[in-house]
Design a binder for this molecule. Structure first.
Ligand code: ADP
Ligand code: MG
Length: 259
C-alpha cells in the first residue's frame, strides 16, 4: 500500500432510516497519519457517519473506501447500473479490523479487570495465547498511562480512567485507524483533559484518527482537518484555522454556542 493511499475516502454518502434522511451526500478524505475532527450540532449525523465507516450501519447511497478498498454494502456503478456490492462476513470482519472505535459510553466488562478487558479481544477474536495477550495489554495500558491500574475493576476507576482503558482495548487490536465518537462527552469536566491528552499522544505517534468531539481546544491544537457537519451535510471544511475564521453562518453560530 503506497503512503499516499487515503485511509478513508467517503463519496456522496447517504443514509436514511426509513423516511428520515440523515446523511445527504457527505464527502470526506482522510489521509494516513492525520487527525480529522468532526464538529457539529447534535442530530447532524456525525455518529451515523462513523458507524457507516465501521460498518455498524449500511449505506443508503454513495461509497466508502478504507485503505483503498470499498467497504461491504457499497453502492457501485457497474455497466451503467447502480448495484449493491456485498462482501461476506469474513471480508467485512477483515475490513473492520483496520478500525478501532471508542464511544461516548465505554462499556467495559464490569466483572473483568482493566487488564482482562484489554486482553479480551486479542484472546477471543485474534486467538492470541494468554501470556502474549497479557504482555500486549499491559503495553497498551502503559500507553494510556494506566499500567498501575491493570488489576483494578472498572467500578474502581474514574470515568476518565475507564475511557482510557477503552482506548487501550481498541489499540490492542492494532487498528490502522481510530474512530472516536464524543469520547469525553460523558465525563465530568475535570476528567476530560486526561482522555484528550491520551488522544493527543496517539496523534503525535502518527495514528490516523477521526474524532467527533465538542472539544474545540483539542480541534485547534491537534486536528489537521476540521469538518463542520450540520443536517447531514458538510457545511465547512478546512485546516484548524477555520475555527478562528469560520465563513459559513451556521458554523459561526455553532462556534459561538460551544466556545
Ligand atoms: P449526531 O451524532 O450528529 O448527534 P446521529 O448520527 O446520532 O447524530 O443522528 C442523526 C439523526 O439520525 C438523528 O435524527 C437520529 O435520531 C437519527 N438516527 C440515528 N440512528 C438512527 C436509527 N438507528 N434509527 C432511526 N433514526 C436514527
Ligand atoms: Mg453522536
Amino acid at each position: 500500500m503506497s503512503a499516499t493511499t487515503p485511509a478513508i475516502v467517503a463519496k456522496q454518502v447517504h443514509k436514511a432510516f426509513g423516511s428520515t434522511h440523515v446523511l445527504k451526500g457527505v464527502d470526506l478524505t482522510v489521509m494516513p497519519g492525520t487527525v480529522t475532527v468532526i464538529l457539529g450540532p447534535s442530530g447532524s449525523g456525525k455518529s451515523t457517519f462513523l458507524r457507516l465507516i465501521n460498518q455498524l450501519e449500511t449505506l443508503t447511497g454513495g461509497t466508502i473506501e478504507v485503505e483503498g478498498e470499498l467497504i461491504g454494502y457499497a453502492w457501485v456503478e457497474r455497466g451503467g447500473r447502480r448495484v449493491l456490492q456485498t462482501l461476506d462476513d469474513k471480508q467485512v470482519a477483515a475490513q473492520r479490523a483496520k478500525l478501532g472505535m471508542v464511544f461516548q459510553k465505554f462499556n467495559l466488562f464490569p466483572h473483568m479487570t482493566a487488564l482482562e478487558n484489554v486482553m479480551e479481544a486479542p484472546v477471543h477474536v485474534r486467538h492470541m495465547n494468554k501470556s502474549e495477550a497479557r504482555a500486549l495489554a499491559l503495553a497498551e495500558l502503559e500507553r494510556v498511562g494506566l499500567a498501575d491500574r491493570a488489576d483494578y475493576y472498572p467500578m474502581e476507576l474514574s470515568g476518565g480512567q475507564q475511557q482510557r482503558v477503552a482506548i487501550a482495548r481498541a489499540l490492542a487490536m492494532k487498528p490502522d485507524i481510530m474512530l472516536f465518537d464524543e469520547p469525553t462527552s460523558a465525563l465530568d469536566p475535570e476528567l476530560v483533559g486526561e482522555v484528550l491528552a491520551v488522544m493527543q499522544s496517539l496523534a503525535k505517534d502518527g495514528m490516523t484518527m477521526v474524532c467527533v468531539t465538542h472539544e474545540i481546544g483539542f480541534a485547534r491544537e491537534v486536528a489537521d482537518q476540521v469538518v463542520f457537519m450540520a443536517d447531514g451535510v458538510v457545511v465547512e471544511q478546512g485546516g484548524p484555522e477555520i475555527i478562528d475564521a469560520p465563513r459559513e453562518p451556521r458554523f459561526k453560530d455553532f462556534l459561538q454556542h460551544v466556545l
